[in-house]
Design a protein around this ligand. Sequence first.
Ligand SMILES: NC(=O)c1ccc[n+]([C@@H]2O[C@H](COP(=O)([O-])OP(=O)(O)OC[C@H]3O[C@@H](n4cnc5c(N)ncnc54)[C@H](O)[C@@H]3O)[C@@H](O)[C@H]2O)c1
Ligand SMILES: [Zn+2]
Length: 359
Amino acid sequence: VIVVDAQTSSRSYRITVGHGLLTSLDGLWEGVIAPRRVVVCCDATVAALYLDPVRESLAAAGLDVIALVIPPGEGEKSPQRLALIYDRLYDESITRTDAVVSLGGGVVGDLAGYAAATYLRGVRFVQVPTTLLAMVDASVGGKVAVDFRSGKNHIGTFYQPWLVVADLDTLRTLPDAEMRSGGAEVVKYALLGGGALLERVERYAGSGVLPDEEIVATCVREKVTVVARDEREESGARALLNLGHTVGHAIEAATGFEGYSHGQAVGLGLRAMLWLSERCTGLDRAAAARGQRLLTSMGLPERLEDVSTDDVVGLISRDKKAVGGGVKYVLLRELGVPAPRETVAPGLEREVVEWLAHR
Ligand SMILES: NC(=O)c1ccc[n+]([C@@H]2O[C@H](COP(=O)([O-])OP(=O)(O)OC[C@H]3O[C@@H](n4cnc5c(N)ncnc54)[C@H](O)[C@@H]3O)[C@@H](O)[C@H]2O)c1
Ligand SMILES: [Zn+2]
């Protein structure tokens, strides 16, 4: 078991990464929260796999457990589903010292987290991520949200959990495509961090084994360090976590959030970032090629396909992080040495997208 401490101005909390943790949640939150009632929110897929053991162990500890099961899918991260969750919390007379536990991927984490943040101005909240993406990214850092109309995460806030418990055993049932999607974020941290993490991730990628405690905990540590410096995305430090995401988001949007998963789009965004870094921030060719190889061995797409490159180029400039003076990119000077606020000549934005489509 590896424990990572997260410190933010609003709350400090422990992120526990290990095996066999699902059935000892009450032990892990002892001294942190003391709920009487626990609302376990998960989607139907995760419920079928993991709800019973969680429910039984919490009930055995004398807690009153309420299961709140929703259908799977990003479509549930909606104001409509949120209202149904509020209804349930109200009907069950949940109080602020009771707990909402999100058991599942980033969809449930963001949704249940936003409900917990806003219901009664904040109910105790515990993240129990069961996807690689949620373990290394979504469950840590306090961003919670629902989608609104065409805006992803358009309604949301910052609400740090009281505790995060990542049980690596749950990854055994995670479909390959979801593993690769989380793998893209793992590559992101490896490129940002460089050094030993990069080497460890290179050994892991393509090995067919599940990520170990050290990989997950190191990624979590990277995120926690950045979030501690900039909890609410104000100073710009948190923007580092957008490595590969400017082009990635444009690709997701250009395909109506259907052609590529977030992870696949970010994988392509990271390829674009390496290409741009070679031209704009002096990343050497061998380092860029090493990054490209890692993306390939992680099973991420090689090429942008079935998407209009014009649409992608147009959407890049509409990135929500764009401020006066154009889109600011996170690029790399070296592997492990980010350059956080780079502008790129407009011609290069088109060139890199064309390169992605024809490489
Ligand atoms: N808050 C943040 O900082 C942050 C960061 C990154 C992403 N996100 C959000 O996270 C969401 C994506 O999260 P995700 O990729 O985890 O998707 P997800 O929550 O939809 O989970 C993916 C699929 O895997 C299934 N699943 C989950 N755990 C499983 C397991 N252990 N075994 C088998 N199946 C399992 C789910 O039922 C679902 O169908 C997006 O909405 C994104 O906006 C948030
Ligand atoms: Zn991402």
